[in-house]
Design a protein around this ligand. Sequence first.
Ligand code: 13P
Length: 242
Amino acid sequence: MRKIVIAGNWKMHKNQAESLAFVQAFKSEVENVGENQEVVLCAPFTSLTAMSKSLHGSKIKLGAQNIHWEDEGAYTGEVSGNMLTEIGISYVVVGHSERRQYFGDTDETVNLRLKAAQRHGLIPILCVGETREQRDAGEIENVISNQIKKGLAEIDQSNLIIAYEPIWSIGSGDTCESTEANRVIGIIRQQLDNKDVPIQYGGSVKPKNIDEIMAQSEIDGALVGGASLDPASFARLVNYQS
Ligand code: 13P
C-alpha cells in the first residue's frame, strides 16, 4: 500500500515564535490521522530546532527546504545532511521550482542533493513540474520525463517522495484539474522502477479542493504552500474526507 504524505512547505514564512505558536495550535489536529499517513512541516532552518523539541513524541514529522551535497566545507549559506539529522529532521524538499528559478538549481544539482539526503537517511521530496508555456506548447510529458530521468539517476527509489507541482498553479489559486494532475502523476509513475513511490500533487491545494484531489487514484498526498501556514486550514487538509 502506498503511503499518504501531506506536507506543508512554509517557504520563507514564520520566525521561530510564529512556528512554535503554529505547532501549539496544530499538534492535536493529527490525532485521527491514519497509520498509513504522514504529516510533515517543512519549516525555515531557523525554526527547526525549536519545533523538533516541541514536537518530540508527536506524529508530526519535520522537513527542511534544502540540503547541500557535501557533508561540510566552504559553501556559504548552505546546510548539510548531518546538520539536519542531528536535530531530528526526516524529510527534505529538493528541486522546488523556486530553487530552480531563483537559486540556480539544475537537474544535476538536484540529483546531487537527492543523493546526499538519502546518504544521511533523510527522505527527499523531489519536485517536478512544467511552466505554462511548456504546457501550452504540448511539452509537458517531455519536460517531466526529463526532470525525473536526470533527477533520479542512481537514486534509491525505496526512500523517496515525488511532488508534481505545475509551476503555473503555485501560489496562483489556479489549481490543476484533479483529473489532469492524476493523469500526469500516472505518467510519472510509469517511468519509475518502484511503483510504490508516493507521488504528491502541489499547487494551490486548499481546504475546498483537497477532498477531490485526494480522491484521485494516482495521487498520494499534497505539498502545500499558502494553505499550510494557518493551523485550522492545514488541519482540514491533513484530515481530508475520503
Ligand atoms: P501553494 O500551495 O501556495 O500554491 O504552493 C505550492 C508549493 O509550491 C508547495 O511547495
